[in-house]
Write a protein that binds this ligand. Structure first.
Ligand code: AMP
Length: 397
């Protein structure tokens, strides 16, 4: 079966058409900077040339239309018609407690996903737009939702409870859920495969650093803690999200700026993170790295604060697991920004981390970036959420 996997993020959309029998990727691509000036689509059929087109993408609907057009294009497409695609697997960010597993999408599921919109205001609406756009263009093709929250369901109570009145958990299921679960699961397993070591024997910290960012502690094959919470707003400083802050800041700012809670939440989700820290220079680490090298103080502040924050979480999770064997970097920033990895690892001397700068300069492959005598192994593992989603989709259908 050919499975189209759609991974709709807040400003990017990754897609892959995967042949589930061979697990090979027939075509893949990326829509970047959706809703931002300079958006572009990259499309690469298997064995063919990569095409990159700068084209306006005001929203995700337009991005998906361009993806389907590329896949069926008479010259560079890999299918003659959309009928050849047997299923679509969608990454969906928040499944609440309702979806602890992947599910075949029907109207009821759509409604339930929509009910989780307020928990993931940057992502669930984008996921739903992706599903609706596919449904409109491929009405008979079965679709599966794979939730980012599922892998973290193994967390113990002491890791997922907040210090709030317990009645709020009972009434509203307010707790830590965690996100990027498909990625944390794939990357931690892949790290053990690459090292040729048993997944069940390793203590792994996965740093998924993209536009959204989270860290997880995977002890003996089970997630025991993760940095995102009820929503993807908690935890690390991200592209535009604040991550952890003193909750009293919300009230303080609402008074000072004469803003509503909704307005403050929009600031925390869309105007904060490295974008806010860099005084609106950019949420994109390519721009921040460039600024850093030029000595731009806004870029330096954003980079340093971000890296310090990640390093603190690694320390917390080493404590949570009573040690750490492997630290993995993944996602857009984790896989590409060597400078970010260097800065983070500079804090990890107490774990015996030593980085091999030549290996740290490599890109796009599973790589051990620590030296042979490093006490903790540090790796870059390109995430493959798409393959993990295709496997889930086929399993359910
Ligand atoms: P993701 O959310 O995983 O797609 O990651 C997207 C983010 O990765 C972008 O916003 C950039 O900040 C970052 N990124 C992508 N490519 C690079 C690169 N070559 N160098 C540094 N950062 C990058």
């Amino acid at each position: 079966m050919k499975v189209l996997v759609i991974n709709c993020g807040s400003s990017s959309l990754k897609f892959q058409l995967i042949d589930s029998e061979s697990e090979s990727c027939l075509a893949k691509g990326l829509c970047e900077r959706i809703g931002i000036e300079g958006s572009m689509i990259t499309y690469a059929p298997e064995g063919g040339e990569k095409e990159k087109n700068v084209t306006p993408m005001p929203d995700h609907t337009e991005a998906i239309r361009l993806v389907l057009e590329a896949l069926t294009n008479s010259k560079t497409g890999v299918v003659k018609s959309l009928d050849e695609i047997g299923a679509v697997g969608h990454r969906v960010v928040h499944g609440g407690e309702k979806f602890a597993q992947s599910v075949v999408i029907d109207d009821e599921v759509m409604k339930a996903i929509e009910e989780c919109n307020d928990l993931a205001p940057l992502h669930n609406p984008a996921n739903l737009i992706g599903i609706n756009a596919c449904k409109a263009l491929m009405p008979k093709t079965p679709m599966v939702a794979v939730f980012d929250t599922a892998f973290h369901q193994t967390m113990p109570e002491e890791a997922y409870m907040y210090g709030l009145p317990y009645e709020y958990y009972k009434k509203y299921k307010i707790r830590r859920y965690g996100f990027h679960g498909t990625s944390h699961s794939y990357v931690s397993k892949r790290a053990s495969e690459v090292l040729g070591m048993s997944y069940e024997n390793l203590k792994i910290v996965v740093c998924h650093l993209g536009n959204g960012a989270s860290v997880s502690a995977v002890k003996h094959g089970r997630c025991v803690d993760t940095s995102m919470g009820l929503t993807p707003l908690q935890g690390l400083i991200m592209g535009t999200r604040s991550g952890d802050i003193d909750p009293a800041i919300i009230e303080f700012l609402a008074h000072k700026e004469n803003k509503s809670i909704d307005e403050i939440m929009a600031v925390l989700n869309k105007k904060s993170g490295v974008l806010g820290l860099s005084d609106n220079l950019s949420s994109d680490f390519r721009d921040l790295e460039e600024g850093y090298h030029k000595g731009d103080e806004n870029a330096i502040r954003a980079m340093k604060t971000f890296c310090y924050n990640v390093a603190k979480y690694i320390g917390a999770y080493a404590a949570a697991m009573n040690g750490v064997d492997v630290i993995c970097f993944t996602a857009g920033v984790g896989e590409n920004a060597a400078l970010v990895r260097t800065f983070i690892c500079e804090y990890l001397g107490y774990l015996g981390v030593k980085i091999d700068q030549e290996a740290n300069g490599k890109r796009g492959e599973d790589t051990v970036i620590s030296t042979i005598d490093s006490k903790t192994t540090v790796m870059v593992i390109p995430t493959n959420e798409e393959l993990a989603i295709a496997r889930e989709t086929v399993k359910l259908l």
